[in-house]
Write a protein that binds this ligand. Structure first.
Ligand SMILES: Nc1ncnc2c1ncn2[C@@H]1O[C@H](COP(=O)(O)OP(=O)(O)O)[C@@H](O)[C@H]1O
Ligand SMILES: [Mg+2]
Length: 265
């Protein structure tokens, strides 16, 4: 029986490999070759799985390559634009040479898997936080699917060009953007019990005159011991940025009270 199981498993793996190879033949564009150079086998299998399933139809190119994640522009079968955030499963410090000393050492076979499971949890956390934000009617990229270290979400922008963030392009209507952002922070807090935790001009885009919050993996629930500290820091960052833009900002204490106070109607 064990033998038959093993044979079946091998056949299954063979079949999977065959499907992937077929897919690769179809999609042998330059972009896919580049993907193969950047990502490890397991990440490639995850990406190809999403292509096979039709969650993603095409991956066109990279939007941003950061230290922890790369964002790709893609489309689904209907041509709807997607942002595909792929977390790197090996921390960059590891890549810089240390890996050579770890790989192949039987004492450390668990290390990679450990790092990877942390990264998977991180991607799943971002997915869940985005969902929570949507529930609170906070404008964020709609999350579609998360699989291991790959998160597929709504693309904010058009034709592969992401909407500018506040750092790249200060808004023409800073007063309104500021007020909307405070309302976002309040709704996140009140309705979803969530703190973004990394609000800054880098993690807010402006699209069609409205702010969009994103990059939410580090978001925490109110029950987190650092929740208040993170919330105050978020508010401080908003305060600093919008003050510079000439907005009559609330003091951080006032803003904090506004966010947390229970308004009874
Ligand atoms: N949903 C999205 N739509 C369009 N562009 C996006 C989207 N998500 C991220 N980006 C682009 O990728 C950049 C980095 O994304 P972010 O989630 O902040 O990753 P990091 O964790 O590396 O900071 C953003 O500044 C933006 O330009
Ligand atoms: Mg970011």
């Amino acid at each position: 029986m064990a033998y038959r199981e093993r044979v079946n498993k091998r056949l299954e793996q063979k079949e999977k490999r065959y499907e992937t190879e077929q897919l690769l033949k179809k999609k042998r564009s330059e972009e896919y070759q580049v993907l193969e150079e950047v990502f490890d086998k397991s990440t490639l299998m995850t990406i190809y799985g999403l292509l096979n399933k039709g969650v993603i139809d095409e991956i066109h190119g990279v939007v941003k390559a950061g230290k922890e994640a790369r964002i790709y522009w893609g489309t689904d079968r209907e041509g709807k634009e997607l942002a595909i955030k792929i977390y790197l499963t090996i921390a960059s410090e590891f890549k810089k040479g240390k890996l050579r000393y770890i790989r192949g050492d039987p004492r450390f076979t668990h290390i990679r898997r450990e790092t990877r499971s942390i990264v998977f949890a991180w991607a799943l956390k971002e997915f869940k936080n985005l969902k929570l934000a949507l529930k609170a009617k906070v404008k964020v990229p709609k999350p579609f699917v998360v699989k291991k270290n790959v998160l597929v979400m709504q693309f904010i922008g058009k034709n592969g060009i992401p909407a500018p963030n506040l750092k790249e392009l200060p808004p023409k209507n800073p007063e309104r953007i500021y007020n909307e952002l405070l309302a976002f922070v309040r709704r996140l807090y009140q309705k979803s019990k969530l703190i973004h935790g990394d609000i800054s001009e880098y993690n807010i885009m402006v699209w069609r005159g409205r702010p969009v919050l994103f990059d939410m993996a580090q978001g925490v629930l109110l029950s987190h011991p650092m929740a208040t500290t993170f919330l105050k820091r978020d508010l401080q960052n908003l305060h600093r940025y919008f003050k510079k833009q000439g907005v009559k900002v609330l003091s951080t204490d006032e803003a904090y009270r506004k966010v947390v106070e229970d308004v009874k109607t």
